[in-house]
Write a protein that binds this ligand. Structure first.
Ligand SMILES: *[C@@H]1O[C@H](CO)[C@@H](O)[C@H](O)[C@H]1NC(C)=O
Ligand SMILES: *[C@@H]1O[C@H](CO)[C@@H](O)[C@H](O)[C@H]1NC(C)=O
Ligand SMILES: *[C@@H]1O[C@H](CO)[C@@H](O)[C@H](O)[C@H]1NC(C)=O
Ligand SMILES: [Zn+2]
Length: 291
């Protein structure tokens, strides 16, 4: 009885911003684990204390729980960058203007450097690895690179007749409705398809020629800023092509959804592909230090 009385209060306190939901994050992680080299797999299986094929996927949403603990409160702002742009007319991310007191760009930079530093204690390396797996996912969710109405959290929309908000639609409703579920097996099967498209299919050319552009372990902030700018461009082209007016109070499970799916697939694919490359580069860097 007591629990029932308390539930509604808890519900209203639930986080509004969760980033790619579980499905998006675990799919990004599985794509990366499909693509990394064997030494990278061994390094991160060791750091994350799990030698199964799920070693990345099982920690992919850890950062979204941690941010709501008192120990993790400092990390909440590291899940996004609030681009002060003006969609749909003008999109764009600028570090100085948009990063505030810390943002996802700095988060990726700092935790990458901690992973590379041989003097980082093991517990902190473990945490850094979990942050990196998560943040490379978040930065590829367009509404994690947008300030407008709290990244769409304050834009009320409908999805399958349910009232929700635009941020949640991009985090969760679109991916889940496309794939049919959110558990690890669904993520694994979506990841298998997207990995196939990266290696042999519709993303092959783009992945090889464009998705690694500007990526450098010597400049993690610069690399992350490129990824943020790219996903922010989707805010103008696909998320809000007609501005707030085009989506507010509108049912998005029809045409809007169909138009969004190719963008979501491509963003999840490039997040997984880039995460694999990033972890490979880190593993190479760590190996060099150990020689
Ligand atoms: C590794 O992770 C999987 C998936 O969460 C879990 O089922 C398994 O028990 C874990 N293995 C170890 C050794 O922790
Ligand atoms: C990154 O580390 C620097 C130096 O310790 C610190 O000043 C900065 O606040 C950190 N940024 C983030 C986003 O954690
Ligand atoms: C994966 O691809 C198969 C074959 O094209 C398709 O039937 C299935 O729906 C796809 N699954 C996901 C989750 O994308
Ligand atoms: Zn997040």
């Amino acid at each position: 009885m007591k629990l029932q009385a308390v539930t509604p209060v808890i519900l209203t306190l639930l986080p509004v911003t969760t980033a790619w939901g579980t499905l998006g994050h675990t799919t990004v992680a599985y794509i990366a684990s499909n693509l990394v080299t064997p030494p990278t797999t061994l390094l991160f299986q060791d750091l994350l204390y799990n030698s199964s094929e799920h070693y990345l996927a099982r920690v992919a949403t850890w950062a979204d729980s941690f941010r709501y603990t008192s120990a993790g409160r400092f990390s909440a702002k590291l899940h996004y960058i609030d681009a002060q742009d003006d969609p749909p007319e003008r999109c764009g991310v600028q570090m100085k203007r948009d990063c505030g007191e810390g943002c996802i760009i700095g988060g990726i930079g700092n935790y990458t450097r901690l992973l590379l530093d041989p003097s980082t204690p093991r517990g902190l390396r473990n945490m850094a690895a979990k942050f990196i797996v998560h943040f490379l996912g978040d930065i590829h969710q367009p509404l994690h690179t947008e300030s407008l109405l709290r990244g769409g959290n304050s834009i009320a929309v409908l999805f399958n007749t349910h009232i929700t908000n635009l941020h949640h639609v991009w985090d969760t409703s679109i991916p889940e409705s496309h794939v049919g579920g959110y558990s690890l097996p669904f993520a694994q099967s979506w990841a298998a398809n997207l990995t196939d498209s990266i290696l042999y299919g519709r993303y092959k050319t783009q992945a090889e020629s464009e998705w690694l552009k500007g990526m450098s372990l010597g400049d993690p902030e610069g690399s992350a800023l490129i990824w943020a700018g790219e996903s922010n461009a989707f805010v103008c082209s696909t998320v809000l092509p007609e501005g707030k007016e085009g989506v507010e109070g509108v049912e998005l499970s029809g045409k809007y959804f169909e138009n969004a799916v190719p963008a979501v697939e491509s963003l999840v694919a490039r997040a997984g592909f880039r995460l694999a490359e990033w972890l490979d580069l880190i593993a190479l860097g760590v190996e060099r230090d150990e020689l």
